[in-house]
Write a protein that binds this ligand. Structure first.
Ligand SMILES: [Mn+2]
Length: 300
């Protein structure tokens, strides 16, 4: 640590439950290249709720991760990862919670660091993207999701987890990868629009970087709905969908995307630690760390 005076640290730095269980000199807000914001929200979950427990479970599982990244041959944690306190949930309405997330992300973006949001259900993406697009007017969003999430409303809310991509595409250009489940209404909506661009996948494959690169602007927000992954490795999600993407297909595309663009933020959503195999929580934590590593070490 180059700056060692105790008063460099803010009250926020006292969060004892931080990602990777890092010491203060690698987890204080001032010393960190990345800010993680845990959002324990699952207010509109329609099948199996429980993603409210995901941030705490993912952070706990992260304590088992190695700081060293074999692929990158360094410790991305050396660049600092600050874990904010959990954002208190506003249960009055989904709209209110989305606004609250937008305000919080807007605040953290003022520090000019990578901001990662640990969900929580996928709805959190809408608030995060609204804040990101205010700071980065050329923002595009790359969404990894088994589901189209293109309903205009669901269960009487425009801010349901089933409407996420539709709301995001109203804010900025979006590319959706890994989609393998949708309604007739959503299929019609996708056929009629250039935004979002949805790349369907029924065999676990993802498009090549060359096939999507022209759709993606210099500043990028990455949104991961963990159900993009095959249930054989990620059963701990609210709505598991067979025929998904495997770990070794997802990481190369993420790496290429991050290498070629400036990643301004990301989220990991829909983890339900009360479902599925215990290893899923560890997998989710590792995915978060891979994105942090790629983004802080490789991102252009
Ligand atoms: Mn999904």
């Amino acid at each position: 640590m180059t700056r060692s005076t105790a008063n460099m640290f803010s009250p926020e730095d006292s969060n004892p439950n931080n990602f990777l269980s890092l010491p203060l000199n690698k987890s204080s807000l001032a010393n960190s290249k990345t800010i993680l914001l845990p959002v324990p929200y699952d207010g509109t979950a329609s099948y199996k709720s429980g993603s409210r427990d995901a941030p705490a479970a993912l952070i706990k599982a992260s304590h088992q991760l190695e700081d060293y990244d074999l692929e990158l041959q360094c410790q991305p944690s050396d660049l600092g990862i600050h874990t904010a306190y959990e954002l208190p949930v506003d249960v009055s309405s989904p709209d209110a919670m989305v606004s609250k997330i937008e305000s919080a992300v807007h605040h953290y973006l003022t520090f000019n660091k990578l901001v990662g949001i640990i969900g929580g259900e996928h709805t959190i993406t809408v608030g995060a993207v609204a804040a990101m697009a205010r700071k980065y007017p050329d923002l595009s969003v790359v969404i990894f999701d088994a589901h189209a999430d293109m309903r205009n409303t669901y269960q009487e809310s425009r801010f349901s987890h089933a409407c996420v991509t539709r709301r995001v595409a109203e804010i900025c250009p979006a590319v959706v990868l890994g989609t393998r489940s949708l309604s007739l209404e959503e299929s019609d909506a996708i056929a009629k629009t250039e935004n979002p661009r949805v790349f369907f996948s029924s065999d676990g494959s993802l498009p090549a970087w060359q096939d999507i690169s022209t759709l993606i602007s210099p500043n990028v927000y990455i949104s991961i709905d963990l159900d993009i992954l095959d249930p054989s490795i990620m059963s701990a999600v609210g709505t598991p969908e067979p025929g998904g993407v495997m770990w070794h297909s997802l990481l190369p595309l993420l790496k290429t995307l991050i290498w070629n663009r400036h990643i301004v933020g990301f989220d990991i959503t829909e983890l339900n630690p009360n479902q599925g195999a215990e290893s899923c929580v560890y997998t989710a934590a590792k995915l978060a760390y891979k994105i942090i590593g790629y983004s802080t070490i490789l991102s252009s």
